[in-house]
Ligand binder design. Structure first.
Ligand SMILES: *[C@@H]1O[C@H](CO)[C@@H](O)[C@H](O)[C@H]1NC(C)=O
Ligand SMILES: *[C@@H]1O[C@H](CO)[C@@H](O)[C@H](O)[C@H]1NC(C)=O
Ligand SMILES: *[C@@H]1O[C@H](CO)[C@@H](O)[C@H](O)[C@H]1NC(C)=O
Ligand SMILES: *[C@@H]1O[C@H](CO)[C@@H](O)[C@H](O)[C@H]1NC(C)=O
Ligand SMILES: *[C@@H]1O[C@H](CO)[C@@H](O)[C@H](O)[C@H]1NC(C)=O
Length: 279
């Protein structure tokens, strides 16, 4: 008898705590759950937690707790199964007597993202039902330097003065079978910036995106991983990079063109570069 009442008290306390958590969490991330057909028989304790609850609503409350980034919960005869799961691996014939739901979230750098949200750096990653995926399309890389691209001594490039965010610029170049400008040698960098100065220097003083990314605490060109040099030297302006969440990089004016870091959401002009032809 005593045992039962302890269990009841624990259950009631757990419910109250869950409800408090639920109210707190819904303020931060509104979570949407959609039905999902999942075969959960192969999931291990590593992927999901099992909790003996008697109501589906309790299961959904547990799964909605902030910070968990749970993307799947299922309720069935043995209670609640929930966790962060790679959905394509479990999508299939529904496990009998269970109903499953997925929420459109991804986990990236301990942050919860919703389906459709983009992390611009280092590569434009998009949160999808399948997790974080690269923003790519089916356009194959150029196999020769054809218009609108022009073969310059420093690479096969196409200059477009329309301004775009980093991810828009990347997608634009990919749609042409190329990538963002990423000179494969220091000499090519110098030749490119001399060309920019000669061509746009006095009339068009706008920056262009560079295919340089800040990865694991260091900058590198995406073409071949080349290092643009120590802060404030070599290919950088004297006061650059100055960080502060500026994870993307541009060829910047005035006086001459050098590298500067920038917010990935800034809008800059675009240089598409078929650097695959060089490496
Ligand atoms: C569910 O997955 C298990 C392995 O994880 C597999 O053996 C079983 O055939 C699957 N069931 C259905 C109905 O697809
Ligand atoms: C389960 O976890 C393992 C180890 O992290 C992982 O490799 C696997 O993809 C996970 N399975 C699913 C279905 O998410
Ligand atoms: C994510 O969180 C875990 C545990 O709280 C911590 O050990 C890890 O360093 C964090 N990772 C990042 C990238 O912040
Ligand atoms: C994205 O693409 C890069 C190469 O372009 C690759 O190294 C990386 O693993 C990919 N990331 C994901 C999440 O697919
Ligand atoms: C960045 O990478 C370069 C080349 O690999 C290396 O020489 C340099 O010390 C690195 N800098 C930092 C801050 O890790």
């Amino acid at each position: 008898m005593l045992k039962v009442s302890v269990r009841v008290i624990v259950a009631v306390l757990a419910l109250v705590i869950s409800l408090l958590d639920f109210c707190a969490s819904t303020e931060k991330i509104p979570r949407k759950w959609a039905t999902f057909s999942a075969n959960i028989t192969g999931l291990s304790r590593y992927n999901v937690s099992n909790v003996d609850v008697k109501e589906e609503i309790l299961c959904s409350i547990l799964a909605t707790k902030d910070g968990l980034a749970t993307n799947l919960f299922c309720f069935g005869p043995k209670g609640c199964v929930f966790g962060q799961v790679y959905l394509p691996d479990v999508e299939g014939e529904q496990t009998p007597d269970y109903s499953c739901y997925y929420s459109q979230v991804c986990l990236h750098d301990n942050k919860t993202l919703h389906e459709g949200e983009v992390v611009p750096s280092p590569i434009c990653l998009t949160c999808t039902k399948r997790g974080m995926v690269n923003l790519t399309n089916d356009v194959p890389p150029l196999t020769s330097c054809t218009p609108p691209f022009v073969q310059h001594p420093f690479g096969c490039m196409y200059f477009n003065l329309k301004t775009m965010t980093l991810c828009e610029a990347r997608a634009y170049c990919q749609s042409l079978g190329a990538q963002l400008a990423s000179p494969t040698t220091h000499d090519n960098f110098l030749a490119l910036v001399a060309y920019l100065l000669a061509t746009y220097g006095t009339t068009y003083q706008k920056p262009f995106w560079a295919g340089v990314y800040y990865i694991n605490g260091n900058h590198s060109y995406e073409s071949n991983g080349r290092w643009p040099g120590p802060d404030g030297q070599y290919e950088w302006f004297a006061d650059q990079p100055n960080y502060g969440g500026q994870d993307c990089v541009r060829f910047s004016f005035p006086t001459t063109y050098r590298l500067a870091d920038d917010f990935c959401t800034s809008k800059n002009a675009v240089i598409c570069h078929a650097w695959n032809l060089e490496i």
